[in-house]
Design a protein around this ligand. Structure first.
Ligand code: NAD
Ligand code: GLY
Length: 358
């Protein structure tokens, strides 16, 4: 069964379909969406090995003309150099404005292929087929596309919405358990920022979530996508409440950057970042110690790290100061008020805020 969530953005509105057996019916879905006939499928060797053939065959049997292009697997390849190889492939194969692109993979592929779609010939249509839990609950929705710079995460990018997001939960069966946990970190984020009842439901369903129970996963994915879709519909370009989605990310991005891209999974870094944010919130009396303990406990139970790696405070500060969220030297942190609500908090003295936590 297919369940649909709509991202309402006027003429850039689109549908997120969640269910099973979606990949095998991809061609039919794209016909319904009037997607261009000539398509580049951007993936990596690991994902292509599992799902490339099913995607390709479904497109061929529906009369599309697909070509595959794989980039190396890993966060360290989410770079301008890899992006250039995608442009090379598109140009060498005479892709024009009447063509489309499919991002088949996790958040790395989705962000990078999305940015290629945003910029190639000033923009061609693309579809997200997220294959990790993290990309299904977060990165494939909302149109943030980017590549990393050696000095910071996602520093080069664009807001560019897909035509369609197709979430097939069957693909989660081949995912490494560490990747499932990383995706669940972003699911927990939605509970903390927006929905205390959902947070409680997650606490009650840790075992089923880690065990990839299909019904439990579908509920968690739908709920996450709905919360994100509602936020993006109000604030597409992060002028206001979309910043709430960055809960745990400022510190998380610093961990990813300092440890060298690819060492920490994005979701793992966000897990630690959320605990750090919750501790700062408690220090400012925005939440109780019990809230911090609940957040720490669920993340641990989901197999996630909760302690920061051992970098010097100064290194963390320098890295956080390069964050996209820094404006005129001020860092805006997302802090939790209890569980289920967050606020934006402007920090002038970053050092003093973090020194008592780290
Ligand atoms: P990822 O894309 O690196 O995927 C993780 C690993 O899983 C990779 O080795 C990949 O090959 C493998 N894989 C993917 N699907 C698989 C499957 N079905 N079966 C087996 N293996 C599979 O990592 P990720 O966690 O999906 O994404 C992280 C990225 O997403 C980061 O770059 C982060 O910045 C970005 N992100 C973006 C947004 C956004 O709004 N655009 C939000 C959150 C995260
Ligand atoms: N992952 C944060 C956002 O999409 O805004």
């Amino acid at each position: 069964m297919l369940e649909n969530i709509n991202v309402l953005l006027a003429d850039r509105s689109y549908c997120i379909s969640v269910g099973s057996d979606i990949i095998n019916n991809l061609g039919q879905q794209l016909i319904q969406n009037d997607f261009p006939q000539r398509i580049a499928i951007i993936s990596n060797p690991a994902v292509d090995n599992f799902y490339g053939k099913a995607v390709y065959d479904s497109l061929i049997s529906s009369g599309f003309n697909p070509l595959k292009f794989n980039v190396p697997d890993g966060e360290e390849y989410k770079s301008l150099i890899t992006l250039e190889s995608i442009y090379d492939f598109l140009i060498e194969n005479q892709f024009d404005r009447g063509c489309g692109l499919i991002a088949l993979g996790g958040g790395v592929i989705g962000d990078m292929a999305g940015f290629a779609a945003a910029t190639f010939l000033r923009g061609i249509p693309y579809v997200q087929i997220p294959t990790t839990l993290l990309s299904q609950v977060d990165s494939s929705v909302g149109g943030k596309t980017a590549v990393n710079h050696s000095l910071g995460k996602n520093l080069i990018g664009a807001f560019y919405q897909p035509e369609l997001v197709l979430i097939d939960i069957e693909v989660l069966k081949t995912l490494d358990p560490r990747e499932v946990s990383a995706g669940l970190a972003e699911v927990v984020k939605y509970g903390i920022i927006h929905d205390a009842d959902f947070f409680g439901w997650l606490e009650d369903n840790v075992r089923k979530l880690r065990g990839r129970d299909p019904e439990t996963l579908i509920h968690a994915i739908k709920k996450s996508c709905q919360i994100k879709a509602d936020i993006v519909a109000v604030d597409e370009k992060e002028g206001s409440i979309r910043a709430f989605l960055n809960f745990g990310h400022t510190f998380g991005h610093a961990i990813e950057n300092l440890s060298g891209y690819g060492q920490w999974k994005h979701g793992e870094a966000v897990s630690v970042g959320m605990v750090v944010a919750a501790k700062i919130s408690a220090q400012l009396e925005l939440c109780s110690q019990e809230d911090v303990d609940r957040i720490t406990s669920i993340l641990k139970a989901l197999g996630l790290p909760t302690e920061p790696p051992d970098f010097a405070l100064d290194e963390y500060i320098v890295s956080m100061q390069r964050d996209k969220k820094v404006k005129q030297g001020h860092l805006t942190l997302v802090l939790n008020r209890g569980i289920g609500k967050v606020i934006l908090h402007k920090v002038t003295d970053i050092s003093s805020v973090f020194s008592s936590i780290l």
